[in-house]
Design a protein around this ligand. Structure first.
Ligand code: H2U
Ligand code: ZN
Length: 352
């Protein structure tokens, strides 16, 4: 298949980070839409909301009171999905044997999972987003994320520190106050496990970093790059599943935020502001997404092939109110997209 055919005919692309395929159907973008249209949340927010459980000084849902914080503020999630102090139980349940007295193979497995869940209020201001916060304020968020990765990753049983943000009601965010979450847990989550396998295999096979190589290829090609600064690049990956999905990665090899120097941390804050601003301008709304960082596992092993990166997964497809649904073929087969990653990147660059 020639390079040109990628833009016109149905094809599949391999996600090098997960080892999974995505179908691309470029001929289908003119499809009419008569389906669900999302309602938009109100856009005018107050700088302080007396009813917000994240605003400074307010009382949270469980009765705890926030301090009168003036900069990025972290607290233990009051409704944590994971708990640090639980017994280390494990069960396996065997299938019945074919005959009396015989036992079948172990079939069902479950084990206790320890974890710590925290909430990070990016700003005391209720009405701001990462795109609207000043460079120094987002830079402070980056510093707090790095501190949290370091602190939680140093706990002996913590293997994964996942830092993420759900933004917008469409992505299940509970509150417009700018905030994210951190879940640190005992076992690598599925997505981390897949990415560890692919990055480690590439490292051993080629003696090179998968994402360093991928970034060099994308910078040379240019067509999927959205924006870049001295230390970071944001691009629509070749294998993107969500219409305006992006991958954000440092130019120099780094496994975690704690590996970044001043310039690297400044660059991360700057690219987050620029990329989220571009998202907001695409459909002229506060663009919903889930985003998060994949950082080196904290199991004490070197994982030299791991390259720090963030994924942005926004649900919107063609306007502020029409989202992409992952249903039918996607749930039962594999992800599929119509808009090509190259078209999405051009739209986010502002050229189309
Ligand atoms: P999301 O908007 O991504 O759901 O994050 C908000 C988190 O804040 C959510 O995990 C927690 C919820 O458990 N939370 C508190 O810890 N205290 C509260 O008073 C309300 C919400
Ligand atoms: Zn608030």
């Amino acid at each position: 298949m020639s390079h040109h055919d990628l833009f016109s005919r149905p094809h599949r692309r391999l996600n090098q980070l997960t080892g999974e395929w995505v179908l691309v159907s470029p001929h289908r973008t003119q499809r009419p839409w008569l389906g669900q249209v999302e309602t938009l949340p109100p856009t005018e927010l107050p700088a302080y909301d007396p009813n917000c459980y994240l605003c400074p000084g307010n009382t949270r849902a469980n009765g705890a009171q926030n301090p009168a914080y003036t900069t990025t503020f972290v607290f233990e999630n009051d409704f944590a999905a994971l708990l640090p102090d639980i017994p280390l139980d494990r069960v396996s349940i065997r299938a019945p044997g074919a005959t009396d007295g015989e036992v079948g193979p172990a079939l069902l497995h479950a084990e206790a999972e320890r974890g710590i869940c925290r909430v990070v209020c990016f700003s005391p201001r209720h009405d701001l987003t990462l795109a609207q916060m000043a460079q120094a304020e987002v830079r402070r968020v980056v510093e707090v994320w790095a501190e949290q990765y370091h602190e939680l990753g140093a706990i002996d049983w913590v293997q994964s520190v996942l830092i993420f943000e759900n933004r917008g009601a469409m992505m299940g965010a509970s509150n417009p106050h700018p905030h994210g979450q951190i879940w640190a847990n005992e076992q690598l989550p599925n997505e981390m496990r897949k990415e560890l396998a692919t990055q480690t295999a590439y490292w051993h096979e080629h003696n090179r970093c998968l994402l360093c190589d991928y970034l060099a290829l994308e910078l040379a090609a240019g067509e999927r790059v959205v924006c870049a600064n001295e230390t970071w690049v944001a691009l629509v990956p070749f294998w993107a599943v969500w219409p305006f999905e992006t991958l954000v990665l440092p130019r120099s090899h780094a496994g975690a935020m704690t590996d970044l120097d001043e310039a690297g941390r400044d660059g991360l804050a700057a690219i987050l502001r620029e990329l989220t601003g571009r998202y907001d301008r695409l459909f002229n709304i506060t663009f919903p997404y889930s985003m998060g960082f994949h950082q080196r596992p904290t199991d004490g092993l070197p994982h030299d092939g791991w390259h720090l990166h963030a994924h942005f997964y926004p649900p919107l497809l063609r306007s502020a109110t029409v989202r992409k649904f992952m249903v039918g073929y996607e749930m039962l087969g594999q992800p599929q997209r119509d808009l090509t990653p190259e078209q999405a990147a051009a739209r986010l660059r502002g050229g189309a």
